[in-house]
Design a protein around this ligand. Structure first.
Ligand SMILES: [Zn+2]
Length: 119
């Protein structure tokens, strides 16, 4: 599963508080409960793929790029002075003429693409 409206999701993720625990672990405020958090883990590999896990229902059911993963990635990027954009197709991402990464869900047709720019 991919999110239907990635730009709206990114806007929602922007409002979530994310606390970096270490370079692979981020705790992100839940969108649904004022007292709940989700744990996101992130691993990068050399080919530009990002392996992300989250404790929310969307991720548990095979969804890629929940708002918590987006918030976690944006928070990590901001620490390096970078800002991210998210795309539902590789073609849209390549059009940006920037470095392209993707969220790997284990299925090639279920990727969300990411470009990075100076913040
Ligand atoms: Zn999540």
């Amino acid at each position: 599963m991919k999110p239907k409206n990635i730009k709206r999701l990114q806007a929602r993720a922007h409002r979530l508080h994310a606390q970096v625990i270490d370079r692979h672990t981020i705790v992100v405020q839940s969108t649904t409960g004022s007292t709940a958090n989700h744990v996101v883990t992130i691993y990068y590999d050399n080919e530009g793929s990002i392996h992300a896990r989250c404790t929310c229902a969307w991720a548990i059911n095979g969804g890629v790029a929940c708002s918590h993963v987006i918030a976690a990635l944006e928070t990590l990027a901001a620490r390096r002075g970078r800002a991210l954009s998210f795309w539902l197709s590789e073609r849209d991402a390549r059009r940006q003429k920037r470095r392209v990464l993707y969220l790997d869900s284990g299925r090639e047709n279920n990727r969300v693409w990411i470009t990075s720019r100076a913040a």
